[in-house]
Write a protein that binds this ligand. Sequence first.
Ligand code: F6R
Length: 368
Amino acid sequence: EKGGYPWFMLKEIAEQPQAIADTLLGRLGRYGELVLDEVRLSDDDLRVVDKVFVVACGTAYHAGLIAKYAIEHWTRLPVEVEVASEFRYRDPVLDRSTLVVVISQSGETMDTLMALRHAKEQSARVLAICNANGSTIPRESDAVLYTHAGPEVAVASTKGFLTQLVACYLVGLFLAQVRGIKYEDEISSIVADLRTLPEKVATVLEQMEPVRELGRSLADADRMLFLGRHVSFPVALEGALKLKELAYIHAEGFAAGELKHGPIAVIEEGTPVIVVVPPRARELLHGKVVSNIQEVRARGARTIVIAEEGDEDVVAYADHVIRVPRTPTLLAPVVTTVPLQVLACEIADTRGLDVDQPRNLAKSVTVE
Ligand code: F6R
């Protein structure tokens, strides 16, 4: 049932182009408009929204962090993102014009469910992004946008995560469409870019052999750092989480701009540092990250750089370059996450670990 792959995780990584295509299916209209009738929130409900909260756990929380950049940019609505276990025990400021987006692959995560009840008690509208049809979280929400990733068996979320990202983009663009915003041209070009994502992820997957080889060479590392800026910061967090949970290697993700405020002190000769570089079109952001690569390398780091095709600026400072197709900044996490999944999987496998069932973890966390 693993379809010829040694691990479910590898099968699920390979299914990502299809999972993204299925999640987009029927939701992008012929004229670049979004068709989300299934969501069950009226245009009037959405027009009164003046604030968005995104609440989730683990990998789904990382999808929420990325959603913030996109939704704020497209809609000009303020977005807060929080882990469910914190949100549910505090007193967040919510009312009926707050939209709370809860993200859960399984639809059964206890903390996320309790956070959704906490939000509803304060009369906020709750929209669930969920993969498991008919599970508790979408049943209790006012509205639902299903991801169509199909069943995810491996404990570590992969296709679940990429389809959560796609669903977050759809929600952001839909809000922008209903409310009318100033970036109309940008929105239609982003919709066109969304359609190209399955093909781009497929291209990344075709180029994974060198990444596997790199993974084998990193299997003895005792720690690793992940750096990114803007949407690549949550990608760095996700890369670090995957490595911790699968390979049991201590890993941390940092906002690259925070380096000088502390993290750079832990770098020693040979410390592997993975840097997720923004598209070259974002000149300022790109230049800053290239400087960060130089800075960590000057302190002895072994630099592993994820950069778009044709970005030659990184070559001089990179011990290894992993290429991804050129993708607009806000959508780039869909492609840049994939090598990090493959890397964590290969490192864990080389260490002789059970990739699909890491120690101490369960697929669905239905207890606190
Ligand atoms: C990490 C992972 C977990 C889940 C988290 C939330 O790879 O799978 O961090 O993302 O437990 O699970 P769901 O999305 O089912 O609510």
